[in-house]
Design a protein around this ligand. Structure first.
Ligand code: PMV
Length: 348
């Protein structure tokens, strides 16, 4: 049988022709910010959890130099070749903007690999898009791991995180990096701008229902709104910042002790602060109230607010009722469990 020479890492390796299209599948989790969004922008701590909704990426070698990208869930596909993009399926502008960060991640890996190689990349994600659950970071992280493994580029999780973070900057401008970190490392992280990430050892189950309002919003605009209100009323907002910090500090203890009731109370207080900053809206409050009435221990918006998702904490035997209540209130709910699994290779 004929063989083809392909460079894998630094060593030439003989593959059979039939193997040239072999693929690697990687996955990475979405996230939910449990406490501290917005306040984190001003140096306060936040707690973020990886959840059991994942983005998947499959990378395969091509025989030409093109980069072919396809998103199964967004019905988009197209090629990058010599700096130009050719659409195959869907809206060209949308496809280019969704694929640009992934192209950057691939280029970073090819730089380390040392040779320009053609690739087919297929993405499939179950994470709601632009809803505060870190969908773009999960996709970029999965693509980075799949391509790195396919090309036998030795990468630590830190390198995967850095490449995914570079890709995220294309999507959000100046992201805090929390999404890429949680997609890479999984688990529960304490994040603070000046100290970075610290894994929290959370043994207890944290049963969550997430409700998507279906209302699109811009993280950038929401962050700006908080900046304006903070500039206008600095002495009013400052104590709120301190309260947000105390919420996180108390929540760390409650997470360690498995004290779900306290966590629920703290989520409610955190939401009141976010409401005061005017980053909640009717669509979110409607779902939050429905969840609380159905017996949730606590509920709050998650992420930037102004639409997107809310999150409710409930005892396991209440989860279904909370889910049904959110559905009746017009949201798109799903049960989410925290996961310790960060980015991983699913198979080759
Ligand atoms: O909605 P998301 O996932 O983009 O979360 C934004 C979280 C903020 O704290 C509002 C902004 C940030 O950079 O941390």
């Amino acid at each position: 049988m004929a063989t083809t020479q392909v460079w894998l890492g630094m060593l030439p390796c003989a593959l059979h022709d039939s193997d040239v299209h072999m693929g690697v599948i990687a996955s990475a989790p979405a996230k939910v910010i449990l406490f501290g969004e917005h306040f984190v922008v001003y140096g306060e701590p936040a707690i973020v959890l990886a959840i059991d909704k994942r983005a998947y990426a499959k990378a395969e070698l091509r025989e030409d130099r093109q980069l072919y990208l396809r998103s199964v869930n967004l019905n988009l596909s197209g090629y990058f070749k010599n700096g130009t993009f050719k659409i195959e399926q869907g809206n060209a502008r949308e496809a280019r903007s969704k694929f640009k960060p992934l192209k950057l991640a691939v280029e970073k890996i090819l730089e380390i690999h040392g040779e320009n190689i053609g690739l087919n990349i297929e993405v499939n994600s179950t994470v709601p898009v632009a809803a505060g659950l870190g969908s773009s970071a999960a996709v970029a992280t999965a693509v980075t791991a799949a391509v790195g493994t396919l090309l036998d580029v030795k990468m630590s999780k830190e390198s995967v995180f850095h490449i995914s973070y570079e890709a995220e900057k294309i999507v959000h401008g100046t992201p805090s990096g929390v999404d890429s970190a949680i997609s890479t490392f999984g688990g529960t992280l304490l994040f603070q701008m000046d100290t970075g990430f610290k894994p929290l050892d959370v043994k207890t189950d944290v049963p969550l229902v997430i409700g998507d309002t279906g209302v699109e919003r811009s993280t950038r605009d929401q962050v700006l709104k908080v900046r304006q209100i903070r500039n206008k009323y600095p002495r009013v907002i400052e104590p709120m910042m301190r309260t947000a910090r105390e919420i996180v500090l108390r929540a760390i203890e409650a997470l360690k002790e498995g004290d779900l009731e306290t966590l629920g109370d703290l989520m409610n207080i955190n939401n009141a602060l976010l409401y005061g900053l005017e980053v909640s809206d009717e669509s979110l409050e409607w779902l939050i109230n429905a969840a609380r009435r159905a017996g949730a221990l606590g509920a709050k918006l998650t992420g930037a607010g102004g639409g997107g998702c809310m999150v409710a904490l409930a005892q396991n035997d209440r989860l279904k009722q909370v889910l049904e209540a959110i559905k009746r209130a017009g949201g798109r709910p799903f049960i989410a469990k925290k996961t310790d699994e960060g980015v991983k290779i699913e198979g080759t």
